[in-house]
Design a protein around this ligand. Structure first.
Ligand SMILES: Cc1ncc(COP(=O)(O)O)c(C=O)c1O
Length: 469
């Protein structure tokens, strides 16, 4: 589905956090939007048509002076907010050196940043490889797991287990471990050693239970039966190199049950199968823990980071155990923009802000407010809201056709567009349908602003429900 790009007359809005005083999109922004539409592929023009002109804290402005409270953080990138003085200064002082790019030649910000990153990484994960995008980090984790598997079990130990519904990026390997079939139809000859397992989601229980009932053994048993059947034979574990899962699945903010992950980690350890968490959108405080996998209390072998790792510029990383990360000889890992000095300067300042301002605890504390507001939306329209998931400052509100569990795509797009017209910045619906509205404000948002944005979202959903059904 596409958003309407024609300027539309909308009611004026004025709160301390939102200001709408023109048609939306503002007519003076339309020439820029039109340029993009003429030149870029349709597929990139998937977001509400607002021209971001200025941003500060958790506010975004267009050229006409309209102001939005931001529930996107870009796409879960600006965890410490926009235009932070400390990041600004760090980037400026690196700009002034003229060292804007160094390839893999050493630079100071890179040395400082990897050291700081290792300090916040889980114990035992002490080697960092910097890359540029989240997709590169998951591709690289695949390569590390497969290579390591072969050192333990020869050419047959190359299988990778991943999960239905997962998203790990859009490059070839990342798409193959992604769990949305239509996204990889173009590949045709999929890798037979990538095994897509059912995701243990208590809202859509793979073993047919209603709600959570301490059934992790059964649920995890289903994974083992699936693998045994798919791989055939008793020693199927000997053909598996690794498991990769998002710490929570981004589309709907779906966490695995803790007990399931405990069993998974134990089983991986017992069978020399590496466990990787994709923290690309989950990390850097978003869920009320520094890394979201910490909610499970297990120890992974590798983690993939991206998005919020830098707070702004393109940067990603794989962080892992030394014996896995040090498999390749000098020169075997290169990346043109790995450890770009300006990206690293920004990322170090961003990371320091997260720590100094204790944004992890802040996200944890605001979880209750976000949940309360999301539940108020569900109470206002109980027939079309399902499911709601909240952890830290990530929220997901699914919209369904009245009294069904069928994703309501047109309703979700209409509600996002209406919310944007009310001064709440949201990205396009994601997840099944796509019909899930994701809530991801910068972690510096105040309680008052969070409630104000949620009030706009509630109004938008209630109005669109009334108009569409
Ligand atoms: C969990 C996860 N992994 C990987 C990626 C890919 O990151 P990038 O778009 O930077 O390649 C994304 C992006 O949305 C993501 O959410």
């Amino acid at each position: 589905m596409e958003f309407n790009w024609q300027p539309r007359e909308v009611p004026e809005v004025s709160t301390p956090y939102r200001r709408i005083k023109t048609k939306i999109p503002a007519p003076e922004t339309v020439p820029f939007l039109e340029r993009l539409r003429r030149i870029e592929p349709r597929a990139t023009l998937s977001q509400p048509p607002i021209l971001w002109h200025r941003a500060e804290g958790f506010s975004i402005y267009d050229r006409a002076g309209n102001k939005w409270v931001d529930f996107t953080s870009g796409v879960l990138v600006a965890n410490a907010g926009y235009k932070r003085e400390k990041m600004h200064e760090a980037m400026l002082s690196q700009l002034e050196t003229g060292v804007w790019h160094t390839f893999l030649f050493a630079n100071e910000p890179r040395a400082r940043f990897v050291e700081k990153l290792r300090e916040v990484a889980p114990p035992g994960l002490d080697v960092v490889f910097l890359l540029t995008t989240g997709s590169e980090s998951t591709e690289h984790a695949l390569k590390l797991m497969r290579t390591f598997g072969q050192t333990r079990g020869g050419k047959r130990k190359i299988g990778i287990v991943c999960f239905e519904g997962a998203f790990h990026g859009r490059t070839l390997g990342a798409q193959q471990i992604g769990g949305t079939p239509y996204l990889k139809e173009w590949i045709v000859n999929l890798d037979p050693d990538i095994h897509m397992a059912p995701f243990p989601d208590c809202h859509r229980c793979p073993v047919g239970k209603e709600g959570y009932a301490e059934c992790e053994d059964e649920c995890f048993g289903q994974l083992l039966s699936f693998l045994e059947e798919r791989l055939g034979g008793k020693d199927y574990q000997g053909r598996l190199a690794g498991v990769i899962t998002e710490s929570y699945q981004g589309g709907e903010a779906r966490f695995m049950p803790k007990g399931y992950v405990e069993r998974l980690a134990e089983w991986c350890r017992a069978n020399q199968i590496l466990l990787t968490f994709d923290e690309v959108q989950a990390g850097f405080g978003r869920t009320g823990k520094f890394f979201a996998f910490e909610h499970y209390g297990v120890e992974p072998d590798l983690i993939c980071c991206g998005k919020g790792i830098s707070g702004c510029l393109p940067l990603s990383a794989v962080i892992g155990r030394g014996e896995i990360m040090r498999q390749f000889p000098p020169g075997a890992l290169t990346n043109t923009h790995s450890g770009n000095p300006i990206s690293c300067a920004a990322a170090l300042a961003h990371l320091e802000l997260i720590l100094e301002e204790d944004l992890v605890s802040k996200a944890q504390a605001l979880e209750a407010v976000l949940r309360e507001e999301a539940e108020a939306i569900a109470r206002a329209c109980p027939d079309i809201v399902w499911p709601i998931r909240v952890r830290g400052l990530v929220g997901a509100i699914g919209l369904v056709e009245p009294n069904t569990k069928k994703p309501a795509v047109a309703l979700a797009f209409a509600a996002v567009q209406r919310a944007v017209e009310k001064g709440l910045m949201l990205f396009a619906p994601v997840g099944p349908g796509p019909a899930t509205i994701k809530i991801n404000p910068p972690l510096i948002i105040t309680e008052d602003a969070l409630r104000d944005g949620m009030a706009a979202l509630r109004e938008a959903i209630v109005e669109c429900r009334r108009e569409l059904y």
